[in-house]
Design a protein. Structure first.
Length: 360
């Protein structure tokens, strides 16, 4: 599953992407620096891995991951093909959720394509373009549903009812996800504004924190849109990435009074935005976090490790991370009767520590 990073040009999207991946995405003071999307696989911060590493002393530690896609900057008129409009819209349709970067920092050396900093206006510009693009799609789908009803398609009437709900919401300036339809009803329509959204406010390094005027602005933008929000400082994250050791980074954070950076919070919130959970495997070879969608079964989780494990699935030995953390060893877990065997239809829980038995 993928999260698309979107925003107007020069708001800090590529800086964010570089910080996420510690890579080298193009970043400069020009619109459309990013034309083709950059894709990065990002490890999810998880303190449970450190604890399991203490207990199992593995040769390797691998976190769960999430995929971010840095999409070209959008401009007003994108729904009509302005800028990289059609290409932008095609890329954003492919992702599962959206992080919209809003510029809240002032810098005379970095031009704002709309003249001055105004995150509320910027959010509305992007939302309007996405709504207009969805309206075009909905109107085409309504025409098709009408034809399908006449030809005897039994499902077309229900689909048309959902489409009419969506059209009403879009015409009133609201995203499709706010129309009152369920996510299951909206999914087949493949609408951009049906995707979950997180607003990321890119601030000066002196304005970080969740109790600042910038944070209040983000709350006001996010609340009516049923969206999450995170305060982030691209400049701070860039400076952190330039430090050599984790100890230097820790010292720098302490000086700023930062316990969790905006980047770490973004990754965690993005993971939740996609409704993902992590199950864990642990042993002398590797301690690892694995990503699955909430509601996944044991056999589906086994397939994340290897298809052969799911095909030959026998059972899963499972204990809760909280129990192994508290008792300190697999042996103690077993003696306390806290390790259990589950079948293929068991619904996985976040923090399950698993060992899968399978026929080879």
């Amino acid at each position: 599953m993928e999260i698309g990073i979107v925003g107007l040009p020069n708001v800090g999207k590529s800086t964010l992407f570089n910080a996420l991946t510690q890579g080298h995405a193009a970043s400069s003071n020009y619109p459309f620096t990013t034309i083709e999307p950059n894709v990065g696989i990002v490890g999810v911060p998880d303190a449970r891995l450190a604890r399991l590493t203490e207990l199992f002393n593995p040769a390797k530690v691998t976190p769960a991951t999430i995929k971010f896609v840095d999409i070209a900057g959008l401009v007003k008129g994108a729904s009509e093909g302005e800028g990289l409009g059609n290409k932008f819209l095609a890329h954003i349709r492919e992702v599962d959720a959206i992080v919209q970067v809003l510029r809240l920092f002032s810098d005379p050396d970095v031009v704002h394509t709309m003249g001055h900093v105004d995150p509320t206006r910027d959010a509305e510009v992007i939302e309007t373009e996405l709504i207009l693009a969805d309206l075009q799609s909905v109107e085409k789908q309504i025409d098709k549903a009408g034809k399908d009803i006449k030809s005897g398609d039994k499902d077309a009437k229900a689909r048309l009812e959902v489409l009419e709900k969506v059209k009403k919401a879009l015409n009133s300036g609201k995203a499709a996800r706010l129309c009152g339809a369920t996510p299951e009803e909206l999914k087949p329509l493949a609408l951009i504004t049906a995707k979950p959204v997180l607003f990321l406010g890119n601030v000066d390094e002196t304005a970080i924190g969740d109790n600042t005027p910038h944070a209040e602005t983000l709350k006001k933008i996010s609340a009516p849109r049923n969206a999450k929000w995170v305060v982030f400082s691209g400049k701070l994250e860039s400076e952190l990435n330039q430090l050599g050791t984790e100890e230097e980074k820790k010292t720098f954070r302490a000086e700023l009074g930062v316990t969790e950076t905006g980047l770490e919070k973004l990754i965690r919130e993005s993971y939740q935005l996609l409704d993902l959970i992590t199950f864990l495997t642990a042993g002398p070879t590797e301690v690892r976090g694995w990503t699955v969608e909430r509601g996944s079964t044991a056999v589906q989780a086994a397939a994340k490790i290897h298809t052969d494990i799911s095909k030959g699935f026998i059972k899963a030995d499972i204990c809760k991370f909280a129990d192994i953390d508290r008792l300190g060893s697999e042996k103690a877990i077993q003696e306390a009767g806290l390790k259990r065997s589950e079948g293929r239809d068991y619904v996985m829980q976040d923090g399950d520590v698993c060992y899968f038995h399978f026929r080879g």
